[in-house]
Design a protein around this ligand. Structure first.
Ligand code: HEM
Length: 480
């Protein structure tokens, strides 16, 4: 009772509006995220309508919904940390992604930077091209059968193969699996839900990983068993990379282990497994769900599909068929770019709030002073769906990116990869895959939606990444 009274009446954040229960206890968040399965983000959205742009959503956390404030908080000069409590959800607080301390993060990120610089990603273009062509070959075979094809799974296989081929000593080769790795995609959902629980009860992940496989098989769903096998494989690959006698410098993971910037204490099997887990997790679901959103809206809007196809056909007649596999050509196609931007805006592939904390200085928001140590969170969705910036924000309208002056203004608020020192390291790789895949899919195929509505791909559960309703079968099409 005294803790509750202190938090409500005497705590430095007691003047910030918000639900009283959330100010008293984290159990408020626990209820929405764990019991209701990924609903806290939706609740925050509702609460902002009642309490305004800043509100207290935890004993020591405020959430701000104000697109103009995003860059103030997330910029390269701000020496601001990630909140350790929040980011422990993936069990990877020592990976670059989950590292709290800004200075330590800088060193860990430096060990990976050279792999994700634009020049390194250009060298990766033949490999990305080869994967997109492989996916298209598989789709061509399936077209002959006339049966529905699950594009949600196909896109996630492509993204996972791309990121594991580059980051891990051995790629996953999911594009070779008969059903586009239905299993792999199911496990991503399970592991993300476990991760949300782990945030509140941080022994869940280690207990899960220490269980004997037969026990997991007996007690968990099939998705749980697949998640277990997948995590075990990541740990096995990381261990063999750390212990390898003749290590190459080809994969990102090998590069991290060889890095001169990192102390030996950062090269343990445990930490390298954490890097592997977050790189693969951050790289596959995000690119997969962005492609899914792009493809759904293009197919659900025939004039958009026609406009895109015309642009691609003109490009092929002007520069030849190879232009479809040239990233530098595709990047300059205005309509393709507009379609991809609009898909990234609506997919919000990182749906969870981004929690930051300044341990050294007070932060200001309007008339409020947030003392050092306050967790300040914001999400990407509130910028991307603000009707005063993006008119008819829930509609897929590539044309909004075609008007020069409007598009310049929109770019300021377009933040699918975050901003500042903690922004996405894999942006260039992701963009290359989005361009190559979208162009080739819509040039070579005329897919028709099959028993798929927006409900099948829209976020119903926010596990940091967005997931549709459990019963959704994903984006399915008949290929013509
Ligand atoms: C469309 C695809 C993608 C989107 C929308 C996306 C978005 C984001 C966002 C918003 C963040 C910031 C998260 C935070 O502040 O907590 C982030 C971080 C990160 N992303 Fe991505 N991402 C994508 C693809 C990728 C790919 C392909 C990789 C490659 C492996 C990757 C690796 C990472 C890593 C390692 C971080 C942590 C960066 C750090 O803290 O230094 N992402 N991403």
């Amino acid at each position: 009772c005294s803790v509750a009274a202190y938090r409500l009446l005497l705590h430095p954040l007691s003047n910030i509006p918000g639900p009283k229960l959330a100010a008293i206890t984290r159990l408020y968040e626990f209820y929405f995220d764990c019991i209701l399965a990924g609903k806290f983000g939706f609740q925050i959205e509702q609460l902002h309508k009642q309490y305004g742009p800043i509100m207290r959503i935890g004993p020591n956390e405020v959430h701000i919904s104000d697109p103009d404030h995003f860059e103030t908080l997330h910029n390269v000069t701000n020496r601001i940390d990630k909140d350790q409590w929040y980011y422990r959800f993936v069990g990877s607080q020592d990976a670059g992604f989950g590292t709290g301390d800004a200075d330590l993060h800088r060193i860990r990120r430096k060990a990976m930077n050279r792999f994700f610089a634009s020049s390194a990603i250009s060298n990766l273009e033949p490999s990305s091209r080869e994967k997109v062509q492989k996916m298209c070959r598989r789709l061509q075979e399936m077209r002959k059968d006339g049966r529905p094809v699950n594009l949600s799974n196909a896109f996630r296989c492509l993204a996972a193969d791309s990121v594991t081929y580059y980051c891990m000593p051995q790629g996953f080769n999911l594009l070779d699996s008969i059903d586009f790795a239905e299993d792999y995609n199911r496990q991503a959902r399970t592991i993300s839900y476990i991760a949300v629980w782990h945030r509140h009860i941080p022994i869940i992940f280690p207990i899960f990983m220490r269980m004997p496989r037969w026990f997991v098989k007996m007690t968990f769903t099939e998705g749980g068993l697949l998640a277990f096998d997948f995590q075990t494989d990541l740990a096995r690959q990381s261990a063999s990379a750390v212990h390898a006698e003749n290590r190459s410098d080809i994969s990102v993971l090998d590069g991290i282990i060889n890095s001169e910037f990192l102390p030996e204490s950062d090269k343990t099997v445990g930490r390298i497994t954490q890097e592997a887990r977050t790189l693969v997790g951050a790289g596959s679901e995000t690119t997969g769900s962005s492609l899914e959103m792009i493809a759904y809206h293009v197919l659900a809007n025939p004039p958009v599909f026609q406009h895109l196809r015309n642009e691609l056909s003109e490009t092929v007649s002007k520069f030849g068929q190879n232009s479809l596999t040239s990233y530098s050509t595709l990047q300059h196609l205005p309509y393709l770019t507009a379609v991809i931007n609009e898909g990234l805006r609506l997919s919000n592939s990182v749906s969870g709030r981004l929690c930051r904390v300044d341990h050294h200085n007070a932060q200001l928001y309007k008339s409020y002073t947030l003392p050092p140590g306050t967790v300040i969170s914001m999400n990407l969705r509130s910028s991307h769906t603000d009707p005063s910036i993006f008119h008819d924000p829930l509609d897929f309208k590539p044309d909004r990116w075609l008007k020069d002056t409007e598009s310049k203004m929109l770019e300021k608020y377009f933040i699918p990869f975050g901003r500042g020192s903690r922004s996405c390291i894999g942006k260039s790789l992701a963009m290359m895959n989005l361009y190559l895949t979208t162009a080739n899919l819509f040039f070579h195929f005329v897919p028709q939606l099959y028993e798929t509505t927006l409900k099948d791909i829209e976020m119903e559960h926010d596990f940091f990444a967005p997931f549709p309703p459990h019963e959704s079968k994903g984006l399915r099409v008949i290929l013509k």
